[in-house]
Design a protein around this ligand. Structure first.
Ligand SMILES: Nc1ncnc2c1ncn2[C@@H]1O[C@H](COP(=O)(O)OS(=O)(=O)O)[C@@H](OP(=O)(O)O)[C@H]1O
Length: 140
């Protein structure tokens, strides 16, 4: 019975991922010719509740931008960081060479390890912070 339950759980998880278009399930997508998954050239690092989701969705409208739809938590969660840069890259959407890949994880802004880890990956990466005062409109 435990094995059956495990199989059922996996099926449910993959269905939830499929319907919510989770980035983990990009791997099931067919790669459009001429595209690759690329490490982000820009990361929205915070702040939590700063309107980061709205910002990402607006940027996603631009034809030269592709976005990771889920928060990846690569640089702030040790259990993900140890999986390595290729694990991170595989969670990114397919992009053409002229497109910019963006991910957003507001947790990076409050992570003591994230700045050095991001700098180690790419010292000239563009970081974006969306901020707001309590009760005030979002400022980017
Ligand atoms: N354009 C604009 N102007 C003002 N406020 C805006 C805007 N877009 C999003 N929001 C508000 O941003 C809050 C969600 O922020 P995040 O997407 O960064 O949240 S999260 O940290 O990823 O959970 C959330 O605020 P709260 O409703 O107070 O939670 C959104 O209402």
């Amino acid at each position: 019975a435990p094995v059956e339950n495990e199989a059922l759980l996996e099926t449910l998880k993959s269905q939830v991922g499929f319907f919510s278009n989770k980035s983990e399930h990009y791997s099931a997508q067919v790669r459009p010719p001429g595209t690759n998954r690329r490490i982000p050239q820009t990361i929205i690092i915070g702040v939590r509740k700063g309107g980061t989701r709205a910002l990402l969705e607006m940027l996603d409208i631009h034809p030269n931008i592709v976005v990771a739809t889920t928060e990846v938590h690569f640089f702030d969660w040790d259990e993900n960081y140890v999986k390595g840069i290729d694990w991170y890259r595989r969670l990114m959407p397919f992009s053409y060479e002229n497109q910019i890949t963006i991910e957003k994880t507001p947790g990076y802004f409050t992570s003591p390890q994230a700045p050095e880890r991001i700098h180690d990956m790419n010292s000239s990466i563009k970081l974006v912070v969306a901020a707001r005062s309590p009760g005030s409109p979002v400022v980017i």
